[in-house]
Design a protein around this ligand. Structure first.
Ligand code: GDP
Ligand code: MG
Length: 160
């Protein structure tokens, strides 16, 4: 039990990840979920959902005014996406590393964007860029009641 609570205390950080409509269309949902599962992270919430442009304007509020903003919002609203919350040690930073860079050209093979995408406006996935924005994004996308609070039995094999 001592090992279990020690593992729990290290691993409480959460991030918001989404498989964008291009990732859903291209059949990459399972692969992306699998990468985070295999890494050892815990899935806390998940839904397939087509959201409004209004919702996406809130999600991408910090990009308002960028030349690609309108296209981005329309694209993200064009089909269902998979919204998820993942939990674990340094999951925000590690999640970004697993995604790759915003520009697929700069994304290393082995990362999601580096393996599956070519163009910046079709880069497959979203991940929160800081603990602060993760909090905001999780609040925007999920009701508190939809975040599952549970223990994973194998955490003692994932965390020292
Ligand atoms: P992210 O956090 O890596 O997703 O990147 P940003 O938050 O800066 O931008 C959000 C999304 O807008 C990116 O994932 C891209 O899909 C898109 N985007 C960012 N910069 C550009 C750009 O210069 N051109 C185009 N077409 N899309 C962009
Ligand atoms: Mg971003």
């Amino acid at each position: 039990f001592a090992a279990f609570s020690r593992a729990m205390s290290k691993s409480g950080e959460r991030t918001f990840l989404a498989v964008k409509p291009d990732g859903v269309q291209r059949g990459l949902v399972g692969d992306i979920i699998s990468r985070f599962e295999k890494r050892g992270y815990k899935l806390v919430a998940l839904k397939l959902q087509q959201v409004s442009e209004d919702h996406l304007r809130k999600h991408y509020a910090d990009l308002k005014g960028k030349p690609f903003f309108e296209g981005l919002v329309k694209f993200m609203a064009s089909g269902p996406l998979v919204a998820m919350v993942w939990e674990g040690l340094d999951v925000v930073k590690q999640g970004r590393a697993m995604l790759g860079e915003t520009n697929p050209l700069a994304s290393k093979p082995g990362s999601i964007r580096g393996d599956y995408s070519i163009d910046m406006g079709r880069n497959i996935c979203h991940g929160s860029d800081s603990v602060e924005s993760a909090k905001k994004e999780i609040e925007l996308w999920f009701d508190a009641k939809d975040l599952c609070d549970y223990k994973k039995a194998n955490d003692v094999w994932v965390y020292e």
